[in-house]
Design a protein around this ligand. Structure first.
Ligand code: XBP
Ligand code: MG
Length: 235
């Protein structure tokens, strides 16, 4: 029986990646690195989940011969860049740069009222989740979610299923009793590898992805009610 809904964050709860992109470019400029990611390059880089992993991948691309790629100096630079980036992103979200996607808040409220558990499974940083959700759910946003898996407690990033397996364990539920919500091929692969039926809501960064294996692909969650989810889930 459907007991819980598990939501990805970036691209699913909200269309955040254009603000993440601004934040990365701000960090590169502030640190004096001659890097600048344009939309097309960032869309490709999104195949790498996790901001730190994405920057390290880019570094490898632009400096193939860089031997000390996993040295302390490189990791320290990546960590510093990510701190600057996350601070910029958090401020932008606090300033209202991002809104929840259509239908998200209504479904969260309807699911809670129907007694379903809610959870989050994301590769982004905890700071980013709080900044996004406290705007629409208040400072006590966390009480609406039975479990939150993120970069701090599930370091292996999607398409690895670690974050979904952790959330299922924290919920104490079987994958068969839950539905996941994702926006990307990596996210779909992670959720499916954890045995989860997955509803996809693509966005401009992921519309070209292969969503084979999804329970449904819908433009957004506007017309997705708890009853409709139950119907899809039972079939
Ligand atoms: C999307 C990601 C994240 C964000 C950037 O996460 O892969 O890396 O792009 O955020 P989701 P960080 O699983 O929610 O789609 O810089 O904090 O990683
Ligand atoms: Mg996503």
């Amino acid at each position: 029986m459907l007991s819980a809904l598990i939501f990805d964050v970036d691209g699913t709860l909200a269309d955040t990646e254009s603000v993440h992109l601004q934040a990365f470019n701000h960090a590169f400029a502030q640190e004096g690195l001659g890097w600048h990611w344009d939309l097309a390059h960032y869309t490709r880089l999104l195949d790498i989940s996790g901001g730190k992993e994405r920057m390290l991948h880019h570094w490898q691309q632009v400096n193939p011969g860089l031997r000390e790629l996993h040295s302390g100096a490189v990791q320290a630079t990546i960590d510093r860049l990510h701190e600057v980036k996350t601070a910029f992103y958090e401020q932008a979200v606090n300033d209202g740069a991002v809104q929840l996607r259509p239908g998200v808040l209504a479904l969260l409220n309807e699911a809670s009222a129907a007694g379903l558990q809610l959870a989050i499974a994301t590769t982004t940083s905890p700071v980013n989740i709080a900044a996004l959700l406290r705007r629409d759910l208040g400072v006590d946003w966390r009480r609406h979610f039975r479990a939150v898996g993120d970069a701090s407690n599930a370091p292996l990033k999607k398409p690895h299923p670690q974050v979904y397996l952790r959330v299922l364990s924290d919920l104490g539920l079987a994958a068969a009793d839950c539905i996941a919500f994702e926006d990307s091929a990596n996210g779909l692969r992670a959720a499916r590898a954890a045995g989860l039926a997955t509803v996809i809501t693509p966005n401009s960064f992921t519309a070209h992805h292969d969503f084979t294996g999804a329970l449904r692909v819908v433009p957004d969650l506007s017309d997705v009610s708890v009853d409709r989810l139950r119907e899809w889930h039972e079939r």
